[in-house]
Design a binder for this molecule. Structure first.
Ligand SMILES: *Cc1c(COP(=O)(O)O)cnc(C)c1O
Length: 502
């Protein structure tokens, strides 16, 4: 339908003009006081849920009736908010992952905090888009960037960015290192016509997202060397040097080394200071995957383990792991803000900067990564750190590491159990003493999970399946460790008595 305008262009739109005196068409509640009552009740319930988390099973499988609730057709008609909340109460809340519970030790998952939860609610209420423009969301994010620069002794000029997690932060770091090595023109040209073959180095124990970062960056995971680790699980420095030399001799171009501060399997920390020396001598970008371990920097006792991190070019870390900020809150810190921006800045017309007003500003977060629209992850991180302080967060991290040692000692003094890897940080790998293959360890893990009594996980070390406890939860106590060992022992006895089935 075409309607003439007073002057200029015609209006072409399929949307009819609204009649006068039409009923309200917004999406807000019709009755704000009724909404407020339900909302307050929901808030109270979720606070009680956290307060009484110990009284529930760590995890329970979602029953068919609850799964079925989420296979319904797209609803066209509205439903009362009270009814929808009832569904959440019955079909969602009881079947959560379990990581808020102190006996969840399966994976490196943060536990969250009540403060973080409220922050998330406030951020959702404000519903800010933190991709850019001149508003307080970017200012709060910059505060966290400044804090992290301080925590890792980065100098002025560092830049940082919230992302979903360290997987994304590691991808960005590989891309920044690639652009640094090849020049900004590769953003346009790609690498296909390049006669230079970039090669990166990480340890055999590095997280799988590093190989994926190489794939997504267009360099290819075949050009990632996975350097062997020594007995402590850290990258073997002599082998790193040898691998670089061999690649150079073959005409390839080493450009990046990714160290891990806290490996997923055992919590091992690479020797960051030595790796920084190799990187400096060889002219490589030195990135640290600190998803698990970087926030150990908040503990003065643990900080020396990270010595050398201050000489890195970039660090990936997760506030949603040891920072206990609610998911998701990954973060990338880059020493040279200019190289960070060179890899991602975009100059589309709709992103142009004004010298005043809401479109003012120099660097926006959308200049530092692929996300344009993005939420206010900085608020929950700022509120968590501001309320708790890094001393208290660091002490919770230290407590986890002490509990890991306590668990390791209990395992070593048990006639039934044995330790399967050195305990470096907060991860304990153990199993049934003398078990020829690891099948029984895996079965015990699944038994415990299904019983809802504790959630360890299993991993493979030296070809054997072992029980893995990653102690990350700030609520976990010695009594919980005692309970875990009692449960494992009881389950093991049952299995050892019963005839072994596959
Ligand atoms: C968890 C983890 C990652 C991935 O981080 P996400 O936040 O899950 O994306 C990367 N590296 C290590 C060592 C990790 O533990």
């Amino acid at each position: 339908m075409m309607r003439p305008m007073a002057r200029g262009l015609p209006v072409e739109s399929v949307v009819p003009v609204q009649a006068d005196a039409a009923p309200a068409r917004d999406l807000d509640p019709a009755d704000w006081s009724a909404f407020r009552r339900l909302a307050h009740a929901a808030l109270d319930e979720v606070i009680t849920h956290i307060e009484t988390i110990r009284d529930r099973p760590v995890w329970q499988q979602t029953p068919p009736v609850s799964r079925d609730r989420f296979t319904q057709p797209l609803p066209r008609q509205p439903r009362s908010f009270a009814d929808v909340l009832d569904d959440v109460r019955s079909h969602v809340v009881p079947y959560a992952t379990g990581n808020a519970h102190p006996l969840f030790m399966g994976w490196v998952h943060g536990a969250g905090t009540p403060v973080g939860m409220i922050a998330e609610m406030i951020a959702a209420g404000l519903n800010m888009n933190c991709g850019g423009r001149d508003h307080i969301g970017l200012v709060v994010e910059q505060q966290v960037v400044q804090w992290m620069a301080e925590a890792f002794d980065y100098s002025e000029g560092a830049s940082g960015l919230f992302l979903t997690g360290s997987s994304m932060a590691n991808i960005l770091a590989v891309i920044i290192a690639k652009i640094e090595a090849t020049g900004a023109d590769t953003r346009r040209q790609g690498l296909l016509k390049s006669d230079r073959q970039l090669v990166a180095y990480t340890s055999a124990e590095a997280h799988g997202c590093i190989a994926q970062a190489m794939e997504l960056s267009g360099i290819g995971s075949a050009h990632l060397r996975r350097v062997c680790v020594d007995a402590s699980g850290s990258m073997d420095i002599a082998r790193l040097r040898a691998a670089i030399a061999a690649d150079r001799a073959a005409g390839l171009e080493p450009f990046l080394v990714v160290a891990t501060a806290g490996t997923v399997n055992t919590g091992a920390i690479d020797r960051l200071a030595l790796i920084s020396e190799v990187a400096a001598q060889e002219g490589l970008w030195f990135h640290v995957d600190g998803a698990i371990g970087a926030l150990a920097a908040f503990s003065p006792t643990l900080r020396p383990l990270l010595a050398g991190i201050e000489r890195s070019h970039s660090v990936a870390l997760d506030f949603h792991k040891w920072g206990h900020v609610p998911y998701d809150a990954g973060f990338l810190l880059v020493r040279d803000g200019a190289s960070h921006k060179r890899a991602f800045a975009n100059y589309e017309a709709y992103l142009q900067r004004a010298d005043r007003g809401l479109a003012a500003g120099d660097t926006w977060p959308c200049d530092l990564g692929p996300d344009l629209s993005r939420g206010f992850r900085a608020l929950k991180t700022w509120m968590t750190i501001e309320t708790l302080g890094t001393d208290r967060i660091g002490d919770a991290v230290l407590s986890n590491c002490e509990l890991a040692r306590y668990l390791a000692e209990k395992v070593q003094s048990s006639p039934l159990l044995e330790l399967k890897a050195t305990v470096k940080l907060n991860i304990v790998c153990f199993g049934i003493r003398g078990a020829r293959d690891g099948t029984i360890n895996r079965e015990i893990v699944m038994d415990l999970q299904e019983a809802g009594r504790a959630v360890p996980s299993w991993t493979t070390i030296a070809g054997q399946c072992v029980i893995r406890c990653a102690i990350v939860n700030h609520r976990t106590t010695r009594a919980d460790i005692d309970h875990l060992v009692d449960c494992v022992t009881a389950m093991a006895k049952v299995r050892l008595q019963a005839p072994q089935s596959a």
